[in-house]
Design a binder for this molecule. Structure first.
Ligand code: TRP
Length: 432
């Protein structure tokens, strides 16, 4: 059975806050522990270039977000955890997607439209101060997702449109060049679709209303004291509806704890006391992570090494897949030019699969080129039927099947082997 593949990224342009934690980090760490789930989580540092031109800030943010994810319990052995800019295939795929996407589609993207509306409201030229990065943002995000053929993308509501666009890109590409991409779906956590900030608007770096995830307890207390409430006095019943304090509490509390606070609101709890409950509830969850976070932040070389290992896992999929996609669109080695078909084309014998049994009693397969060089090597299977099914999947889908089969294959010796495997698989699929 194909595992469900989750993929999500966080833009590395600021210090992670409770909204990032509740909306993205916590659900993705939880999802990664479910059985039958494969997770791809990454630091979206190419995306950060759209939002900031401060190099030191991007570097610092990348470190902080990586440390936050790890402190929250992400196990880099269990998931593929990487930095976007370590995967050069992603910008290359962005270009392929750019060429199958209508400009009008991007004109309608919310983030771009909001920037245009803001200019118009200020009597500026519509595109004043808007860089092409903002305009093309959905294409880069589409490449992030389609590169690994993710099924589910856990995101906030504001990102749903981007996932729909990625689906359209998958369809347009598949329609022109064959079935390479799985159209992804957005996975929204309903209970925390958007976490309000200190002023009641969505918690966001850009509104300056965020609570940093790893604020000290003292800082946390101070920030919580600043959450906007109404002026009802102790003893007066309070509304949970529209109360930022209540919504933040709910994102951390169990159903029973939430009901208890709702009752306390009705009974006229003092705002000061409610804020104290919120502080305690958040701190109970975050305090144990704070120490781990500090240790990680103090050892950037360790995080760098973790990200390198993650990039190697990601590229074991991305490199051969990209080779297939290049082949699919016509960026091909010239010696393999297919002459326009005249009568019965003579097809050069390409790479072939070989299935065999080893002394360890297990069943293996490999893909070898005409000179016998191994392009792809399986791990041992207990049962020959499973090995045959994997071969069938590769013959059917080419390198697009590599993400599914990741656990069954040995990693490539180098990029050259990965590219050769991708090209050979593309030719097998094309020759069918
Ligand atoms: N755009 C997302 C954000 O700002 C981050 C992101 C980039 C992302 N690429 C992605 C999220 C791919 C999910 C999948 O929050």
């Amino acid at each position: 059975m194909t595992p469900v593949r989750f993929l999500t990224g966080i833009t590395t342009s600021g210090t992670p806050h409770l909204g990032n934690y509740v909306g993205s980090i916590r659900p993705s760490v939880r999802a990664s522990f479910q059985p039958g789930v494969e997770s791809f989580y990454f630091l979206a540092d190419y995306h950060a270039l759209i939002k900031t031109d401060e190099p030191a800030r991007i570097q610092r943010s990348t470190l902080e977000i990586a440390a936050s994810w790890l402190a929250a319990g992400l196990d880099p052995e269990r998931v593929v955890f990487y930095r976007q800019s370590d995967i050069p295939e992603i910008p290359e795929l962005t270009w392929f997607l750019t060429c199958v996407t209508g400009k009008g589609v991007l004109n309608r993207a919310h983030a771009y439209k909001a920037a245009v509306d803001k200019n118009l409201a200020a009597a500026q030229e519509p595109d004043s101060d808007i860089n092409m990065g903002l305009f093309m943002y959905p294409l880069l995000m589409g490449a992030d997702i389609l590169m690994f053929n993710a099924h589910q993308v856990p995101v906030g509501r504001d990102q749903v449109q981007h996932i729909e666009m990625a689906r359209d890109m998958a369809h347009s590409f598949n329609h022109r060049y064959g079935n390479h991409f799985v159209p992804p779906q957005a996975a929204i956590e309903e209970s925390v679709a958007t976490l309000p900030g200190l002023d009641g608007r969505k918690m966001s770096k850009s509104y300056d209303n965020a609570i940093p995830l790893f604020a000290s307890r003292a800082q946390l207390q101070k920030l919580i004291a600043g959450i906007v409430t109404d002026s009802r006095l102790p003893g007066e019943p309070k509304d949970t509806e529209g109360s930022a304090l209540f919504q933040i509490y709910q994102a951390f509390a169990s159903a029973e704890e939430t009901t208890a606070l709702a009752q306390a609101y009705a009974a006229g709890i003092a705002w000061g006391e409610a804020k104290h409950m919120l502080l305690e509830r958040i701190d109970r969850e975050i305090a144990p992570m704070r120490a781990r976070y500090q240790t990680l932040i103090d050892d950037p070389a360790q995080i760098e090494a973790i990200l390198h290992a993650g990039a190697a896992k990601a590229r074991a999929i991305a490199t051969p897949f990209m080779a297939t996609l290049r082949h699919a669109v016509g960026l091909r080695p010239l010696q393999a030019v297919a002459a326009p078909k005249q009568g019965k084309a003579t097809k050069a014998a390409g790479a072939t699969f070989k299935q065999y049994r080893e002394k360890d009693g297990k069943f293996y397969f490999k893909l070898a080129d005409t000179s016998g060089k191994t392009l792809l090597q399986s791990r041992g299977f207990d049962n020959p039927k499973t090995a045959a099914q994997s071969i069938a999947q590769l013959q059917e889908k080419g390198a697009a099947a590599l993400t599914d089969l990741q656990a069954q294959l040995e990693s490539f010796a180098d990029d050259a082997q990965a590219v050769a495997a991708g090209v050979a698989l593309a030719e097998l699929v094309a020759a069918k």
